[in-house]
Ligand binder design. Structure first.
Ligand SMILES: C[S@@+](CC[C@H](N)C(=O)[O-])C[C@H]1O[C@@H](n2cnc3c(N)ncnc32)[C@H](O)[C@@H]1O
Length: 271
């Protein structure tokens, strides 16, 4: 839908996959039940799907910090129709994407960034850099259940090793006051201040939506799309767009509706 809309304009287009993987996702990683239902053991990953988009993006940048993933990607797509449009980078998504956002000319270019981390790898500065281009759309698989909700214990304690990863994801936005409620209890020795855990996976994602709103000039999808195989959503798919023009917003609204419609709620994935 994005490429169909942009192909009638003068913009060059770019797809950036920050956590590109190998081009294939083992189904066992997604949902065991699917193995009974289908004979396939892998499904097409994000890079594969992006390269098959018709009309294709002008350029593709696939980033993964694992050399073996990038080599597998290259080998898989070397002979594909759009091979000459693709660049493959071994490196940290944060460093690479911030560098691309700074180095590229955005006036004549539009694009899509997909961030599909395993956990808390996306730094807030990367989100800011993407928003600052005012040219990129962001689809962010935000690990609200996995890397936020589960990192805060039910008595409101945050392990000292986990607090920095929350701060890394949310940046200067005060996650502590959004997720923990102070409660004062009196005992023989005076008052002690402890914290009550008030965060849920949904409120963790909602808070990220508000953080995105503070930097994306275009807008942020109101809804969040729950994905993941656990009883609570491990991830929510969030969508934000950097360009504030009425045309970009109209397209973003159509993309949001389509993504919501395409969600397979049963298996927690986009189909
Ligand atoms: C969930 S998988 C991505 C799956 C992929 N989007 C797909 O649909 O096939 C996450 C990937 O991120 C990579 N990764 C982890 N930390 C990274 C980082 N800091 N920068 C770039 N890639 C990273 C891992 O090697 C792994 O391949």
């Amino acid at each position: 839908m994005y490429q169909r809309a942009l192909s009638n304009t003068a913009f060059r287009t770019l797809y950036i996959d920050g956590f590109a993987g190998t081009g294939e996702v083992p189904l066992a990683e997604i949902k065991d039940d699917l193995l009974d239902e289908e004979v396939r053991t892998v499904i097409a990953g994000s890079a594969d799907r992006a390269l098959k988009v018709d009309p294709p993006f002008g350029r593709y940048i696939f980033i993964d910090k694992r050399k073996d993933c990038i080599e597998a990607l290259k080998a898989k797509f070397d002979d594909s129709q759009n091979a000459e449009r693709a660049a493959y980078v071994v490196g940290d998504a944060n460093e690479q994407i911030q560098g691309i956002c700074r180095a590229e000319q955005w006036r004549s270019q539009r694009g899509v960034v997909l961030l599909d981390p395993f956990g808390s790898q996306v730094h807030w500065e990367t989100i800011e850099a993407i928003a600052a281009t005012e040219a990129l759309d962001l689809w962010y698989l935000f690990p609200a259940g996995l890397s936020v909700f589960r990192q805060i214990s039910s008595d409101g304690k945050v392990d000292p090793t986990h607090a920095p990863s929350l701060t890394r994801m949310y940046g200067p936005n005060k996650w502590q006051s959004a997720f923990l409620k102070p409660s004062t209890q009196g005992d023989l020795f005076g008052d002690t201040v402890s914290h009550e855990k008030v965060v849920t996976p949904e409120s963790a994602a909602q808070f990220m939506i508000e953080c995105l709103r503070s930097v994306f000039k275009g807008g942020v999808m109101d809804e969040m799309i729950p994905l993941g195989k656990h009883a609570y959503p491990s991830y929510y798919l969030l969508f934000a767009w950097g360009n504030a023009s009425p045309k970009a917003t109209a397209l973003a609204n159509r993309l949001s509706k389509a993504a919501l419609k395409a969600t397979d709620r049963k298996y927690g994935r986009i189909v």
